[in-house]
Design a protein around this ligand. Structure first.
Ligand SMILES: Cc1cc2nc3c(=O)[nH]c(=O)nc-3n(C[C@H](O)[C@H](O)[C@H](O)COP(=O)(O)O)c2cc1C
Length: 171
């Protein structure tokens, strides 16, 4: 790869003097979907957008997601011990952007999930209602393990919202 196709941080890195921008660029080559981790705080919707979601285990059904230590919504969700992972659809970029803002939750319609009452957001492709199973310290993030209590695919044919190289879509 040469010329205009080559990002400014291309090249080998390691040892001392890590370049943070180059590290983010390299990790950003991994394409992910986007979820909203949603919960209820005194009956009010709270949540954050996340790409750090993974289906971990089938038996028992476990998922993982990684809130940053600066997340303001995770401590509120955590105290309830329940949350819902909402898988966003391609046209839900605005939902992701709204839940990427700290503080006030986005204004979006939702219904209580049948297994836990946690918020299932309108328009999502699928959801997994979870009970908080474990938390592991991981640098500036926390690895949260959830036990899946209930799940559903709501839109079998919808395309997912994807995040790649620090932007939505694959180019
Ligand atoms: C596409 C995308 C992916 C994100 N992934 C994560 C993530 O995995 N973990 C995280 O803590 N924040 C992630 N964020 C940032 C949070 O959504 C953002 O910091 C948000 O303000 C946190 O809200 P809160 O303070 O209300 O919890 C992501 C943001 C976007 C747009």
């Amino acid at each position: 790869m040469t010329g205009k196709d080559e990002p400014p941080s291309a090249g080998r890195h390691g040892g001392t003097g890590w370049d943070g921008r180059a590290y983010r660029d390299a990790m950003g080559q991994f394409c992910t979907g986007v979820v909203v981790v949603a919960g209820l705080d005194a009956g009010k919707l709270v949540g954050f957008a996340a790409q750090s979601f993974v289906s971990l285990s089938l038996a028992p059904p476990l998922i993982a997601v990684c809130p940053g230590k600066t997340s303001t919504s995770w401590p509120r969700i955590r105290s309830t011990g329940r949350f819902c992972v909402n898988v966003l659809a391609e046209e839900q970029r605005a939902v992701s952007e709204a839940f990427a803002q700290p503080g006030e939750a986005a204004r979006i319609d939702w219904m209580p999930g049948p297994a836990s009452g946690t918020p299932v957001l309108d328009g999502v492709i699928a959801y997994a209602e979870c009970a908080l199973r474990a938390e592991h310290d991981a640098g500036d993030h926390t690895v949260v393990i959830g036990r899946v209590l209930g799940f559903e695919t709501l839109r079998q044919c919808a395309r997912p919202l994807v995040y790649f190289r620090g932007a939505y879509g694959v180019g």
